[in-house]
Design a binder for this molecule. Sequence first.
Ligand code: SF4
Length: 234
Amino acid sequence: MQAGGALRARILVSRCLLGDAVRYDGRSKPAARVAGLLALAAALDAFEVLPVCPEVEAGLGTPRPPIDLVRGPAGLRVVDRAADRDVTDALDRVAAARLAAPVHGFVGKARSPSCGQGDAACYDAAGRPLAPADGRFAAGVRARWAHAAICSDETLDAAFVVDAALAAAGDGSPSALLDFHGRFGEEWSAGAGSVTRERLAAYAVGGARRAYGLLLGAAAADNVRKAAAWSASC
Ligand code: SF4
């Protein structure tokens, strides 16, 4: 979260969205919105982008057979149905390792059985479709870091970035928040339109909450311009 005393939001991003050829079919899925996020992270120096591919890190290889969410007697599992192989535990080990340090945001590939959020195809044991569900890794992010902002390549917008920043702000000490605010102002939060002071208060804790509250309204015009430019490009 903090490098050299500066508060930074730690954002996990699905590697295939960054242009890495890690998908089951050996391809990538680069996303313009994610490229915009990287540019914003570089411009503001308030975000740390952390690439992750749960399936590759679980040792499933590339290319690999597609895996599916399957709901059966043992609950929701992740299965390579062609090989009749359950890969749930391998994916959960990756999640435990990657989610041990604080995570303030996750941008996951839509509809992936690992990285999708509420939109991954799900089947019963006979292969009949059920209601879609979270991918296994995305579910892990929700369970481990409840305040983390979560979105897909299709829903990434300025509000996500603000939410991730506020999640990081809620983790910070008063001095770290002072530094953070200098680079990422309240004005941007207001401009994004979807983040309220109540949500900020819910993220913040103790003295950090009070310190950040005292700072609301301070100017950060340069950050506002950068954020507005990025938001307009989405
Ligand atoms: S596991 Fe996630 S990061 Fe890896 S290829 Fe699938 S969607 Fe992309």
